[in-house]
Design a protein around this ligand. Structure first.
Ligand code: HAX
Length: 423
């Protein structure tokens, strides 16, 4: 048995027992009420899901398994994945064995490359990523075991195998997509000895750029998870709750991540920053930014990278990347624009009453940083986000399988129901 399976099997017994006890102690206690406004308003604030991999308190931001992101910025994706799955950071020997386990699973089936090469040249990189994941569905061990009729108590075991295989292969697939889509030359084979970040950077073909590996390590850590109710996590959970395997649920989740109000916001944000820099011949002045914000709001559009459905403070992930930029390239003109926008935009958004959170989210800065390091293809940025988010999403699915989360099926009501209620 691998270190991770052994550790998880002990934890899972505890988690199952805990859930049973909590349900018998207070199964009828109310967590949330749902107002008409919430039913019309995207269920914002309705508490109706359990997620233990991470929490996002509105005034703190991302907390992974009880540890605030600011305490995790020096970790590796392997450490974070172990933490997400088990609730503990790995001991040195556990990390060694877990990292080797992931290294042994990196091989991408050849048919994935054939398919990606056959896709239309103008396919979006996220569509390529989803296609690659979906075509690998036949590799699902969970699907095989389910068809054999394995006991549901053991569903988590083959789900864990699917999770580890997916997480191990995604950097190669993502890097391959970058090279194919943007004509960067041949696909660079994975180096079996390298860790997830090193290999990703190596396969992108940018391993000679100083500090880029460190940036990617931070990137893969900071985007790993964001509790259970965001678009991609919710989609992931809904799909996997039908006992569809992880290839289906992860590609479905990434379909949501590819939306401009979610993971695509990083590409939108940088596009916008470059446009205003072009228009104003560099970093705009404070007065110019005020004018830009007013124009966007009056045209009914959103300021990309600002606002959040849950957060009510500056996203700590934004702060982590801002600190990275200040350390490595404080005088880069695009980075200076990001910093100036941060000085001015929140004050302007605060004046608009309907906007609940005027502060930047992670997407306000990451595009600018990837651009600085030479990753100038905006449409690729969400793919990097997805590689990181695969850690949290697959961990959530393993845990949901482990604690036997049932099929998700909230109740909808009709407009007539609301009319009758209010009459
Ligand atoms: N610029 C302009 N208006 C904004 C705004 C912004 N950045 N953020 C919110 N608003 C508007 C909303 O569009 C909404 O207007 P309407 O009532 O006219 O529809 C109103 O303010 C209330 O919205 P809210 O309650 O404050 O925010 P929501 O929970 O509805 O939406 C969003 C949260 C993140 C979708 C929103 O803030 C937004 O569109 N931001 C810009 C896009 C963005 O940065 N997305 C990335 C979010 C982080 C993430 O998921 N990354 O993957």
């Amino acid at each position: 048995m691998s270190v991770i399976s052994e550790k998880l099997s002990k934890k899972i017994d505890v988690w199952r027992q805990e859930a049973r006890e909590l349900l018998s102690k207070g199964g009828s206690r109310v967590l949330s009420e749902v107002t008409v406004a919430q039913a019309y308003g995207g269920m914002r604030g309705v508490r109706a899901l359990i997620c233990d991999t991470s929490r996002v308190p509105q005034d703190e931001g991302l907390i992974v398994r009880g540890m605030h992101l600011s305490k995790l910025v020096d970790k590796t994706p392997e450490e974070i994945y172990f933490l997400l799955l088990t609730g503990d950071l790995p001991a040195k020997d556990e990390l060694y064995s877990f990292s080797n386990d992931l290294k042994s699973r990196k091989q991408v089936p050849g048919y994935v490359w054939d398919l990606l090469k056959a896709m239309p040249k103008d396919s979006h990189p996220m569509a390529m990523l989803n296609t690659a994941i979906l075509v690998m569905q036949k590799e699902s061990l969970f699907a095989v075991e389910y068809s054999i009729g394995i006991h549901k108590d053991d569903h988590w075991k083959s789900s864990l195998e699917d999770a580890l295989n997916l997480v191990a292969r995604l950097p190669a697939i993502a890097a391959g997509i970058y090279r194919l889509k943007f004509k960067k030359g041949d696909i660079i084979p994975s180096d079996p000895a390298m860790d997830l970040t090193g290999d990703y950077v190596h396969m992108l073909g940018v391993s000679d750029v100083p500090d880029f590996k460190d940036l990617m390590r931070l990137y893969l850590v900071a985007h790993c998870d964001h509790e259970g109710g965001n678009v991609s996590a919710l989609a992931n959970q809904v799909i996997s709750s039908s006992l569809a395997d992880m290839y289906y649920s992860l590609s479905g989740a990434f379909g949501g991540l590819a939306g401009p109000l979610h993971g695509l916001a990083n590409q939108e944000s940088l596009k916008w920053i470059l446009e205003i820099m072009e228009k104003y011949g560099g970093t705009p002045s404070i007065e110019q930014i005020k004018k830009i914000v007013a124009e966007i709001i009056s045209s009914g559009k959103v300021i990309p990278g600002y606002g959040h459905a849950v957060l009510r403070v500056t996203d700590p992930r934004f702060n982590a990347f801002l600190d990275f930029g200040k350390k490595h390239f404080p005088n880069d003109p695009i980075f200076l624009t990001v910093a100036r926008l941060y000085e001015v935009v929140p004050g302007e958004l605060k004046k608009i009453e309907k906007i609940k959170n005027p502060w930047p989210n992670v997407d306000a800065v990451t595009g600018a940083i990837l651009y600085y390091y030479g990753l100038k293809e905006f449409s690729y940025y969400t793919v990097v986000f997805a590689v990181s988010r695969s850690l949290g999403l697959t961990a959530q699915t393993v845990i949901n399988r482990a604690v036997l989360t049932p099929i998700l099926r909230p109740k909808s009501v009709s407009t007539q129901f609301i009319k009758d209620l209010l009459s």
